[in-house]
Write a protein that binds this ligand. Structure first.
Ligand code: SF4
Length: 450
């Protein structure tokens, strides 16, 4: 869960009511929460310091894994009792993927919910709340329509950085994933709008943009726009912008030529997140990932060849249906071979609507738990060794925020997406050079270079 989204905004109308957003799940949801916040501020609502202080609480939900849903149900239980015990008649809004998935089912379980808005309606929430308050009857908006990208552009700046959604939805139908059913097919934003948005953000003080999509490499394929790499080249040319990140890349839509062209773009950060999901071609085929380990290996080799200093991270699922010991051994082998900087590892989680849910031969939960632990331990050692080798090296970092543990320290990020803790006088959003002198857990520690 993220803290309530904080925004630079010059808006607008007077309204004494306060909103609070809890965000679950992926970066796309975090970006949607920025739009939701702006849509409330446009109507004059103020940001509350927490859910207990808010007139309207929005849970921007995730449905990718079952445990995310369970956490959200826990929070709904909390807000239900808050409504009973406090004088405030807090309006509870459930938005995002779980809202799209469950629709009326959530209001049956929690009749206290005022508004349910699915993935196509994140910009309509203030209007839905207004209607609900007038009628006093739960309002459910989960119908599908054409995606509207927010018009807030420069106002989406969150200090020195901003998310920029370039493509919404997903047309890949990986067999374990519910996202295409909830967010619909890929829909790319117009490149002129993206470029204008980035220029506006830069004039609002943004130095780093993070281009977002479920599959950024598919950008432009649905509407004959320029390609993703051409878009990167154009954004790289925007004056005043320092760093560009992007998330997530699908290996099937990536190739050596694209990596070579990225290596010529100095503003594109040297970090690739390339979800591999499994080391077994048989499992990849069952997952409907549409690439083989041979193809994936060519991408890793191209990154190492053209951008040797780049970091590479991945996602891996342990215990996909029918995964044998041999399949899992192949996953361990590619982790050893590719030497990822980090990996986000999960146990397979069965989701409704998906093809994998119909595969009868499931992996026993004890086995998938054991495999996940083995994977985590292996990756932890690799990450530790990589971090240890970074000691003594000099890095340019962006100062991101004050440390909560020690307010004289700041959390800074390298181009390769590694966190470095540094004592510095530099302002948040500024760049400094540091020398790495220690590691703690997965975090590097450094001192400012002279
Ligand atoms: S690429 Fe696959 S895993 Fe990613 S959102 Fe699309 S269907 Fe889900």
């Amino acid at each position: 869960m993220d803290e309530n989204t904080g925004l630079i905004t010059s808006k607008l109308m007077e309204n004494s009511k306060k909103y609070f957003i809890e965000t679950y799940g992926c970066e796309m949801n975090k970006s949607d929460s920025v739009d939701i916040a702006l849509s409330f501020e446009e109507q004059g609502y103020k940001r509350a310091s927490g859910g207990d202080d808010a007139d309207i609480v929005i849970l921007n939900t995730c449905a990718v894994r079952k445990n995310a849903e369970e956490r959200i149900f826990g929070r709904l239980g909390y807000y239900r009792s808050l409504r009973k015990t406090s004088e405030k008649n807090t309006v509870i809004v459930v938005a995002g993927c779980m809202a799209q998935e469950k629709g009326t089912e959530i209001t049956r379980l929690f009749p206290e919910i005022g508004v349910v808005t699915g993935t196509y309606h994140c910009l309509d929430i203030p209007q839905c709340v207004e209607k609900y308050e007038k009628k006093g009857k739960s309002l459910i908006a989960v119908d599908r329509k054409d995606y509207t990208f927010s018009s807030y552009k420069g106002e989406r700046a969150e200090g020195y950085k901003a998310w920029v959604s370039i493509i919404k939805g997903c047309s890949n139908y990986c067999s374990y994933c519910i996202v295409p059913y909830l967010r619909g097919p890929e829909a790319s934003k117009k490149s002129d709008d993206i470029l204008q948005e980035v220029k506006d953000l830069v004039s609002n003080g943004v130095v780093e943009v993070n281009l977002l999509g479920q599959n950024v490499n598919a950008y432009g394929k649905d509407n004959d726009e320029i390609s993703f790499i051409r878009l990167l080249e154009k954004i790289n040319g925007i004056e005043g912008l320092k760093w560009i990140r992007f998330l997530t890349s699908h290996p099937k839509d990536f190739n050596e030529e694209m990596i070579k062209r990225i290596s010529d773009l100095p503003k594109v950060c040297k970090h690739f997140h390339l979800p591999v999901q499994s080391g077994s071609d048989r499992i990849l085929s069952l997952m409907n990932r549409k690439y083989t380990i041979r193809h994936y290996r060519t991408l890793i080799e191209a990154i190492r060849k053209y951008i040797p200093c780049a970091s590479i991270t991945t996602d891996i699922i342990a215990g996909f249906p029918t995964e044998s010991d041999g399949d899992f051994e192949k996953t361990l082998n590619i982790v050893r071979s590719f030497q990822y900087d980090d990996a986000f590892t999960y146990r397979y989680s069965e989701r409704p609507f998906t093809k994998a849910a119909d595969i009868r031969e499931k992996v026993h939960p004890d086995t998938s738990k054991k495999r996940l632990e083995e994977l985590i331990a292996l990756q932890r050692n690799i990450s530790y060794e990589k971090n240890r080798k970074a000691i003594g090296t000099r890095k340019k970092v962006l100062v991101e925020r004050k440390s909560k543990k020690d307010t004289s320290e700041f959390l800074c990020k390298t181009e390769t997406n590694k966190m470095v803790v540094v004592k510095t006088e530099a302002p948040i959003g500024g760049f400094i050079d540091v020398v790495i002198n220690d590691i703690s857990g997965n975090t590097l520690r450094g001192i400012e270079a002279q």
